[in-house]
Each structure stands twice: as C-alpha cells, then as structure tokens.
Design a protein around this ligand. Structure first.
Ligand code: UPG
Length: 471
C-alpha cells in the first residue's frame, strides 16, 4: 500500500456547523458569524430548527441562505414540547427547551455531514449543556457562541457555585451580606442587576442557565461578540483562569458586523431630518412594555422636544402583535406626537436606522446586539433595561463611554416611570457632546477590530486555522 508523505497532504478549508437557538437576539449573531466564516472560505452548515417562534427568524434565515447559496441548510425538526413539564410561559425559553430535548435527534444529522467531515459545531450558549455530550460522542469539537457581554459570561460561569455556596433564598432576604453576587476576578454584580428570573431557582430559564454555566467549561472554546476596550479586562480575567479554573479559551470576535443581506427598506422619514437630530427608540425583538408605560414613554418623547423614531411592540411574539397603533398608544398621544416623531409598529431594519446620519441617539433596552450595533454605528445610548442580561449590559455600555444609564428607572416593571423624567433624560443624553465624541471613537475602534489585521479579525483567523482539515 502506498503511503502519502506529509508533503502530499492537502490543507482543506474547515467545515463548520452552526446551531442557533430561538429569538432574533440569538439568531442575529449566528447569521453574522455564518457570513464571516463563509467569506473566509469556510464551508458552513447552518442548522435550521423547525418550527421557529417568530416570523422575523424565518425571514432572516431565508435571507442568509439566499445571500450565501453555498451555505448549506440542515433541517432540524424538533420534538413537540410537553408544556405541562416546562415551567415557563415564555415562548422563546420553551423553544430553547424543545431544542435541548431534541438534542439526540441532531446526532445522526451531524454524522451525515461527511463531505468533508465537520471540523466543529458552534452552539448557542442557551443550548450548550444539552449538546456537549452529543458532540463528545461524535468526537466533534464543540464551540459556544456567547451572545451577551463578557461580564454576563462571568456570571453564567459562577452562578451555579454561588447558588450552592449561599444558603439564603435569593428571592427572599439578602443574598449575601453585601447584597452583591461576588465573582472571582471581575467586579461583583449587584443583586438588583441580576436577570430577575434568576431569583426563582425553579424557573425554566434558571435551570437552563445553571446547567449551561456548569458545562461551558467542557467546551473547546467560547466565542464572544464583544467590542472595544470595554470588556478587555473581563476577557483577560476569563482567559487567565481568574473567573473559573480550566475554562477553554474565550475568543473575542466582535463586534460582528451587520450584513448587507439583513437590510430591509430604509425609513424614508429619516431622510428629511437634520443630521444627528433623531432619537431612535426600540426595545428589541421580544420586549413589550405595559400600556401605561408605553403612554408615559410617548409623553416623555413629546416633552423632550427631540425628533424621534419609535418602534412600539405590544406583544412578545411578532405573529401575535395585531392591535392597531392608535389603540395601543391612544389617539390623543398619536396626535401630540405627529409633529416631531414617527411611530411605527412593524419591524424596522435597526442596522439601517442606526447607520442613518439623522440618528443621533438610541433609547435602548440594552439587548446585547443593540449595544454592539450602537457601538458599530457610534450612536450614543440612553439605557433602559427591561429584563434578562440587560442591566449587566447597560453597565458595560455605560463604562465603555458610549452612553448613560438612569439606574433609578429599574426594570420598568414595578413602578411606572413618568413622562416628565423620561423627557428630561432624553434631552440630557441628546445634548451631551462628550458622549457623541466617545461614541464616534468607539465606532472607529469597532471597525478597526474586525477589518483585515484587526484584533477580532485575527482571533477568528486563529480559530479557523485550528479547524483546517489535513487530508
Ligand atoms: N431588530 C431589528 N428591528 C426591530 C427590532 C430588533 O432589526 O424592529 C434587531 C436588532 O437590530 C438586533 C436584534 O433584532 O440585532 C435584537 O437583539 P437585541 O438587541 O440583543 O435584543 P433582544 O431581541 O431583546 O435579544 C435577546 C434578549 C437580550 C439579549 C440578546 C442576546 O432579550 O437581553 O442580550 O437576546 O442574547
């Protein structure tokens, strides 16, 4: 038998499969990563779960596949979820659970991707613990895409230990003497900034969060979509083993740039507004405020005297968001708003909006993609976290210098924040020249990081090198 010498070996581009979970906040970074890998000549298999929760998810996957015909879709049909066993009403968390419980069905599908064989599976963090054993059995490297900030990753890794070590009920009295969640190597997280669902240890979100936090250490690497210098120290602490021992490398690949194929139509109204004059108001893809708070927010927008583009969401899932704008916001307020603003209820292309020269500020819930997109476009942020990781992200955002956070507004749930105060803070943020200058610097820094030769560009190149196949 003839043996090939090492000089005969061909180095082939890697073949990577990507497994996103549910909701636009998790899908967006996955399609951007898929595009970044495909542009670097990797073979990409994109796992599409059926059914999806929202319309916007299926639309985005179709756009990726049309823009990159050589990205191969792999259909993953989920087991129906037994709703009586899953303790949550949130359709996105229930979908996480449906994907997790269907993990064994992915194994034969991954094995069938054999030409060429897979070099790695990149799994969304919300699915991590269910899929690491599957890839272990297949001897397939498993990488995690962490879709939030590095500080949030530190919390995720430590929370299971924190729960074991503290005998106090989190939802009851104080969690620790100082009311902070201590995390080795990075600043503590005040209890009031914890994702509120973590206060209930039996909630589905919390059980998944803890399971993932325990298993991340078994992955081959963690990719993180963070930006600028804001999280340099946190990423360093993670990589120096200060946060948890034995963690695989945490690789900074952000900010993942918005792609051409994501672009929808632009908002023409913006074209008629002066440069930097418009406040864009959006709370992401899955946050509906109470009607009362919506109306106070509208009042605040009018009082601010600023021009604004406001995307109203009345339901968590887009398919169910059917009521007319006038009914949600109220006709009187609609009338008061029409001179200075545009209020819409449909999906807008946030990438296009934030890149528009008329936009000079962003009132945001600080979903992590919104924070990275504000950084990408150099738009100052006024933070108003609503749930989940958003207070932690708001703090990272404020520390980065790109915006401000009014901490006294809380989660916008327990007490309604009045229009007068909202209007005043909007005025403060829109008139802050220091924030504008800092945001402009962060924009430049973000773009440098991902262009050829930039820090995040090189980090991703390094991983692709590792995955390359010798044959
Ligand atoms: N988006 C639009 N148009 C809209 C609304 C949203 O383009 O009308 C896009 C936006 O540009 C972004 C994504 O949808 O890319 C939304 O993501 P994000 O800003 O992170 O917010 P959520 O949709 O709320 O994301 C969920 C969680 C959030 C978390 C994030 C990533 O709610 O807290 O940080 O997922 O894990």
């Amino acid at each position: 038998m003839e043996m090939s010498s090492s000089s005969d070996l061909q180095i082939l581009p890697p073949h990577v499969a990507l497994l996103p979970s549910s909701g636009m906040g998790h899908l967006v970074p996955f399609v951007r990563l898929a595009a970044a890998l495909a542009r670097r000549n990797c073979l990409v298999t994109f796992i599409t779960t059926h059914p999806t929760v929202s319309l916007s998810e299926s639309r985005l996957v179709s756009r990726l596949l049309s823009a990159f015909p050589h990205v191969t879709p792999l259909e993953f049909h989920l087991l129906p979820l037994d709703h009586s066993t899953a303790n949550s009403k949130d359709p996105f968390f229930l979908q996480f659970e449906a994907i997790r419980r269907s993990a064994h069905l992915l194994s034969p599908l991954l094995s069938s991707c054999s030409d060429p064989p897979l070099s790695a599976l990149i799994t969304d963090v919300s699915l991590a613990s269910a899929f690491i054993s599957i890839t272990d059995e297949l001897r397939l490297p498993n990488y995690i895409l962490f879709t939030s900030s590095a500080w949030m990753l530190s919390l995720c890794l430590n929370f299971p230990t924190f729960v074991v070590n503290t005998s106090t009920n989190l939802s009851g009295g104080s969690a620790t003497a100082s009311d902070d969640i201590e995390i080795p190597g990075v600043p503590p997280v005040p209890k009031s900034w914890l994702p509120p669902l973590l206060l209930d240890l039996s909630n589905l979100f919390t059980t998944q969060f803890m399971a993932n936090g325990q298993e991340l250490i078994k992955s081959n690497g963690i990719l993180i979509n963070t930006f600028g210098n804001a999280e340099q120290a946190t990423v360093a602490a993670l990589n120096e083993g200060k946060v948890v021992n034995g963690l695989p490398p945490v690789t900074k690949i952000g900010p993942l740039a918005p792609c051409e194929f994501e672009k929808g139509s632009s908002v023409e109204w913006l074209d008629g507004q002066p440069a930097g004059s418009v406040l864009y108001v959006s709370f992401g893809s899955r946050t509906a405020m109470s009607r009362e708070q919506i109306r106070e927010l509208g009042d605040g927008l009018v009082r601010s005297g600023c021009r604004f583009l406001w995307v109203v969401k009345d339901k968590k899932v887009d398919r169910e968001d059917e009521e007319e704008l006038g009914g949600i916001v109220g006709q009187e307020l609609m009338e008061r708003m029409k001179d200075n603003g545009l209020v819409v209820k449909n999906w807008v292309d946030q990438g296009v909006v934030l890149a528009h020269p008329a936009v000079g500020g962003f009132l945001s819930h600080c979903g992590w993609n919104s924070v990275t997109e504000a950084a990408w476009n150099g738009v100052p942020v006024l933070a108003w976290p609503q749930h989940g990781d958003q207070s932690i992200n708001a703090q990272v955002m404020e520390k980065s210098g790109i915006g401000m956070w009014v901490k006294s507004w809380g989660w916008g749930r327990t007490e309604v924040v009045k229009g007068e105060e909202i209007g005043q803070k909007i005025g403060e943020m829109m008139g802050n020249d220091r924030l504008k200058a800092q945001a402009a610097n962060i924009r430049e820094e973000s773009r440098r990081a991902v262009e050829v030769g930039g820090g995040s560009y090189k980090e991703l190149e390094g991983i692709i090198e590792k995955w390359k196949i010798s044959r």
